[in-house]
Design a protein around this ligand. Structure first.
Ligand SMILES: *Cc1c(COP(=O)(O)O)cnc(C)c1O
Length: 378
């Protein structure tokens, strides 16, 4: 008899009842896209989550996180083929957005503890290579240090866009570095699809807005001076995002409770499973463990699946090992390569229960034989 399946991820979006008040607003507004009232209100609410109104940055919606990255990159107005440093350990969209914006990725390594591409690493690369922009990633929701990146921008003049796709709730916005979030169904704040570019640079945000609307310049005779795309968020997606923001405080509390309990159980059963060094009280959309040296996630996955446990090798292979990006590595990437082999994404969702968490931890302990309990392959 096989154990019931524990899914890797269960997306949880606002239900119909939570959406109805916003859908009724759409009915009465009869405004469905092109920067309607729900989108404009959503941008205000989103911006206000970073600072009180007078100090808040500007938030600009996009149709998804990847479009947000592309629009922000284009709004930097770098020359064709400009070199954008990014980490090897990330989702493919970090690299595709650079290429779609007409630039060239430079794939760099990450820190062994935080799994982030740090300002120190970027400085080291910039000393040896031409770097025209940096796109560090808030890896697995772990926030980037915006003060350090602001300092980097000040010192080097190199612009920085943080890919914080999955880091809403954790990632702050710097005075000089720009931040992009995703509202994809699998992220902590989910609207199905959606993205947000957040920055204190008004020139950049207004160009992002214009580029998201084909490049049409409404202040200059609706002419197009720089070609854009259709990267707008619809009123319907904004409705879901509003409902998600209404529920955010409850979701935050539940995610924190689950995370703390899960981490405790994993630590108990499988103390050699290492976790990312990251902010204690963060809100993380996924849970990833680092297997002890010598273990490969790929080799454990079938045995975990046989116990009904779904896992995923997030961000594996690393960017440089995708054919489309193979020529873009700048030097060796030992940390990212090692992490990609040993990182394992574990079942993690808001209503995962005690028994499920224990089954995951126990299976990992048995399969890595690092527990003092009589482990071995059952
Ligand atoms: C999810 C994610 C994206 C893509 O966001 P979409 O909204 O799905 O386009 C980009 N980068 C990272 C690091 C992500 O996790």
């Amino acid at each position: 008899m096989s154990a019931p399946r524990i899914p890797l991820l269960v997306a949880q979006l606002p239900d119909t009842d939570a959406l109805i008040p916003y859908l009724r607003q759409i009915d009465s507004n009869r405004w469905y896209t092109n920067f309607g009232p729900l989108v404009l209100q959503l941008e205000q609410r989103f911006a206000a989550s970073f600072a009180p109104a007078s100090l808040a940055p500007t938030a600009i919606t996009a149709s998804n996180g990847t479009a947000g990255l592309e629009l922000a990159l284009c709004a930097l107005e770098l020359m064709q083929g400009a070199r954008v440093l990014l980490p090897a350990l990330t989702f493919v969209a970090t690299a595709t957005s650079v290429i779609r914006a007409g630039y060239r990725p430079l794939i760099g390594d990450v820190d062994a503890d935080t799994w982030l591409l740090t300002p120190e690493t970027a400085r080291a690369y910039a000393a040896r290579h031409r770097v025209d922009a940096v796109m560090p990633v808030a890896t697995f929701g772990n926030p980037q240090d915006v003060e350090a990146w602001d300092k980097f921008v000040e010192d080097t003049g190199i612009p920085v866009i943080i890919d914080a796709a999955g880091a809403f709730g954790n990632q702050r916005v710097g005075r000089r570095c720009h931040v992009v979030f995703s509202l994809h169904a699998t992220k902590a704040l989910a609207a199905g699809e959606g993205g947000m570019v957040v920055s204190y640079d008004q020139q950049l945000t207004s160009l992002v807005r214009r580029l998201s609307n084909f490049g049409i310049d409404l202040e200059r005779g609706s002419q197009v001076f720089v070609a854009g795309e259709n990267g707008k968020l619809s009123e319907y997606h904004a409705a879901v995002a509003h409902a998600a923001l209404d529920q955010w405080p409850v979701v935050v509390e539940r995610r924190r409770a689950v995370q703390a309990r899960y981490q405790h159980i994993l630590q108990q059963y499988c103390p050699e499973l290492r976790m990312q060094r990251r902010a204690e009280n963060g809100i993380y959309p996924i849970l990833v463990g680092l297997l002890p040296p010598g273990y490969r996630a790929r080799e454990l996955q079938p045995a975990l699946l046989a116990r009904g446990i779904e896992t995923r090798q997030w961000y594996c292979p690393t960017l440089d090992r995708h054919p489309a990006f193979a020529s873009f590595a700048v030097g060796p990437l030992p940390v990212a390569h090692e992490l990609a082999e040993r990182l394992i994404g574990l079942p993690f969702f808001v209503d995962i229960d005690e028994e499920q968490m224990q089954r995951v931890a126990q299976a990992l302990a048995e399969l890595t034989q690092v527990t003092s309990k009589q482990g071995a392959y059952a």
